[in-house]
Design a binder for this molecule. Structure first.
Ligand SMILES: Cc1cc2nc3c(=O)[nH]c(=O)nc-3n(C[C@H](O)[C@H](O)[C@H](O)COP(=O)(O)OP(=O)(O)OC[C@H]3O[C@@H](n4cnc5c(N)ncnc54)[C@H](O)[C@@H]3O)c2cc1C
Length: 356
């Protein structure tokens, strides 16, 4: 990270413990505080392991329980897949906002591929438990992903929210929430489980009613200008803002462009004048060399960069290639360094070129 912090930026290596927006102060964990004239808040989201009793202990101790959602545990995932020779490889999606809503299933497709290549697919069932009614929230991509799931013979449990991990007995306990008022308890045995944990807003925001949106606890910004709804000199971007659907790096990149311009306007004593369209993207890896490039807006409507004949919703090698080989460079040198603020200009160019 240090290599990417510009030399003229002071990096305060302290956790933020709170905000005092009336006095333009950020409180730090060591008891100090920082003063600001303008503030951009981007604290991400926080895994809420306590919501699933047994999960944290299992991640700490059980080799067959893993998650890609935490740098501390991600290295357990591949060995857990390799060690699964029979029974069920189970993958879960949380019943809270989650970063990259495709990631809980991407790892499942890669695992399925790996188990198939090892010649063990007849001995290992692959299953996916999701609290919603469909494999993905955007119909156009959900239809294709449903085909992928059927082709790969993956068992699905919809309306299933993980509530407890009885890891000593290799049992995942779900609530079938089809009838939310009277959920049914369902225990699914597993040989290995990849858990995408529940998430919550970062505590320095959630614990401060001046900063947080009352309903969600996420940063209370105008969802178009990304300016704070109460404090004109505060902006927010990334996973910690109060938009459920857009918790991706792709969304954060697009929001960066909006915040840059609107913050400049405020500094120039003008009103924010550019508006975020809710763009988010999820390149869904569906196997070792295939993928679907989902891009959509805050209403769950497709908002695609490439002209329709490219077939972003179809499983293709090109989308895998883009994800595995182009996006890392785009991330490190485009997004983190600043110039990449999402594909809006590219989309406009294609739209004009195609006469759309
Ligand atoms: C397995 C996985 C796959 C993903 N796949 C994709 C994908 O294919 N495409 C995509 O676009 N996105 C993907 N994402 C999502 C993407 O990583 C996030 O949406 C993105 O990182 C959000 O950026 P952010 O800056 O808001 O938050 P983060 O990247 O989480 O950064 C927040 C930063 O704030 C720091 N922080 C937190 N609390 C404090 C505090 N109190 N004080 C000081 N610092 C603090 C953290 O240490 C961190 O550095 C994926 C995520 C995961 C986990």
């Amino acid at each position: 990270m240090g290599e990417f912090v510009p030399s003229n930026v002071h990096w305060e290596k302290q956790n933020v413990s709170g905000f005092d927006p009336d006095n333009n102060k950020v409180m730090l964990e060591n008891g100090d505080h920082l003063n600001y004239e303008y503030l951009i808040v981007a604290l991400g989201i926080t895994p809420d392991y306590q919501r699933v009793p047994g999960l944290l202990e299992a991640l700490e101790t059980a080799p067959n329980v893993c998650t890609n959602y935490d740098a501390k545990y991600v290295s357990k995932t591949f060995p857990a897949i390799q060690n699964t020779k029979k029974g069920t490889a189970l993958f879960t999606h949380p019943d809270t906002p989650v970063k990259c809503a495709g990631a809980p299933q991407k790892i499942m497709y890669l695992a399925e591929d790996q188990i198939r290549k090892s010649g063990l697919r007849n001995d290992v069932d692959v299953a996916f438990a999701h609290p919603g009614p469909a494999i993905f929230g955007v119909k156009k991509y959900a239809e294709q992903l449903a085909k992928v799931v059927a082709e790969k013979d993956i068992k699905t449990y919809f309306h299933h929210a993980l509530k407890e991990l009885d890891y000593k007995n290799n049992l995942a306990v779900f609530h079938n929430i089809k009838e939310p008022d009277s959920p049914v308890k369902v225990s699914i045995p597993y040989e290995m489980i990849h858990v995408s944990p529940p998430f919550k807003p970062p505590s320095p925001i959630a614990s401060n009613p001046k900063m947080a949106a009352a309903q969600s606890g996420y940063l209370d910004v105008n969802t178009q200008t990304l300016q704070h709804n109460k404090y004109e000199n505060i902006f927010g971007l990334g996973d910690n803002i109060n938009i459920v659907s857009t918790k991706t790096a792709a969304a954060a990149a697009a929001q960066t462009g909006i915040v840059q311009k609107n913050l400049q306007s405020v500094m120039d004593k003008k009103k924010p004048s550019v508006f975020y369209d809710g763009y988010t993207s999820c390149p869904l890896v569906t196997g070792a060399n295939k993928g679907i490039l989902a891009e959509f807006d805050g209403n769950g409507e497709p908002l695609q960069t490439f002209p329709s004949f490219f077939g972003q919703h179809k499983e293709k090698k090109i989308w895998y290639y883009l994800k595995a080989h182009v996006m890392p460079t785009l991330y490190w040198y485009g997004m983190v360094k600043g110039p990449w603020t999402g594909p809006k200009a590219l989309r406009k160019m294609f739209t004009l070129g195609m006469g759309r």
